[in-house]
Design a protein around this ligand. Structure first.
Ligand code: PLP
Length: 372
């Protein structure tokens, strides 16, 4: 018999957000539409209308045109489509704190890594210097970091890139739905998005291409869907839910006071906050020197609280954080947890976390490092 564990307090929104009610309704409505959006009969046209209305919503939210939106299965695929397509004939410059979705794609290409400052933001001087060596590079930078919430100065980076004839791809998976994003103002050439990170269902995402982006070649060729840029029958319910979640996503700024209180109380209990400057309003990365991150996560889980040790990965393994290492926080890279507030976080969730966090007692583990 399967045992379902009950999480009382969910603070792992950057792994996935709870489904928004508006998204659930849109998913259910789309599941009842039988047609394939590529079919020309009435049932197909009903499905096509849902697909194109979702495309319009997603495009409008980011100041783009519907034809610029390529629906994908999620953020990983959107990033891979951008990197493999736009890198043709170009060196790739990838930020040191990028998500594995981008790092894994660029690892297969001719690439170099751009350093970040101790704040976690990309070093713009180093970007400029790298572009002098590789003027027509593809630069990959995330808008918001998934572990620390740190926001990169994308508008300035875009100006530097374009002055050198380079392209800029931006992974906006964690920022979308949490801060306002206007693609033309940002100046990026492409933007990767993921539906489940903003309160939609898992299984849909998008790559938005600015007018400045060269045409993309599909990773999956097939029946010519998505204007030939991504083959395969569209995942209509997931796409409809993604668009509905985006419409419902008010700015997450309201979460900032809750996050700030959590942070203050965690610091009083001995935590160090990793990441400075502008950050997402819902995210904090808390290190407890000498205490293993995975043990902290388990201890909080036993108290009914869901947080994570860095990025969620399919193996369930907890590795040292490459993000914190790139920021020069080598001593803290194995002992930081990520607390990320979901759209429906309540003050009582913060109280519960703070109580459990302060109560956690260290105990010595085999490696000599203390377990939380
Ligand atoms: N990019 C960032 C910054 C992420 O945090 C994630 C997921 O954690 C991804 C990309 C991958 O998105 P998806 O889970 O939709 O494939």
């Amino acid at each position: 018999m399967q045992v379902l564990h009950r999480t009382l307090i969910y603070l792992d929104a950057n792994a996935t957000e709870p489904l928004r009610p508006q998204a659930r309704m849109a998913v259910l409505r789309a599941m009842d539409v039988t047609g394939n959006p590529s079919s020309i009969h009435a049932a197909g046209r009903d499905a096509w209308n849902i697909l194109e209305s979702a495309r319009k919503t997603v495009a409008g939210h980011f100041g783009a045109k519907p034809g610029d939106v390529v629906f994908t299965s999620g953020g990983t695929e959107a990033n891979a489509l951008a990197v493999y397509s736009l890198a043709t004939g170009r060196h790739v410059l990838v930020g040191a704190t990028e998500h594995d979705a981008v790092r894994a794609a660029s690892d297969r290409l001719d690439h170099s890594v751009l350093p970040v400052l101790p704040s976690g933001q990309v070093d713009l001087g180093a970007l400029d210097a790298a572009l002098r060596r590789h003027p027509h590079a593809l630069v990959c930078l995330m808008l918001a970091n998934n572990e620390t919430g740190v926001l990169h100065p994308i508008e300035e980076a875009a100006r530097i890139c374009h002055a050198h004839g380079a392209l800029l791809h931006v992974d906006a998976v964690q920022a979308a739905g949490r801060i306002d994003i206007c693609l033309p103002d940002l100046g990026a050439d492409s933007l990767a998005l993921s539906g489940h990170k903003l309160g939609g269902p898992k299984g849909a995402g998008a790559l938005i291409l600015a007018g400045s982006a060269p045409p993309v070649a599909p990773l999956i060729a097939g029946g010519g869907q998505e204007r030939g840029r991504r083959g395969g029958t569209s995942a209509l319910p997931a796409i409809a839910g993604f668009a509905a979640a985006l419409e419902a996503a008010a700015r997450a700024a309201d979460l900032a006071p809750l996050r700030d209180r959590l942070e203050l109380e965690a610091v009083a209990a001995g935590a160090t906050v990793c990441g400075a400057g502008e950050r997402l309003p819902n995210t904090t990365c808390l290190a407890r020197p000498g205490r293993r991150a995975d043990t902290q996560v388990i201890q909080l889980d036993l108290a009914g609280i869901a947080v994570s040790a860095g990025a969620a990965c399919s193996s369930g393994k907890v590795a040292r954080s490459h993000v914190l290492e790139a920021m020069g926080l080598t001593d803290l890279a194995g002992c930081a947890i990520r607390v990320s507030l979901p759209w429906n976080a309540m003050p009582a969730d913060i109280d519960g976390f703070v109580q459990a966090y302060a109560a956690a007692r260290p105990s010595v583990c085999a490696s000599g490092m203390q377990a939380a």
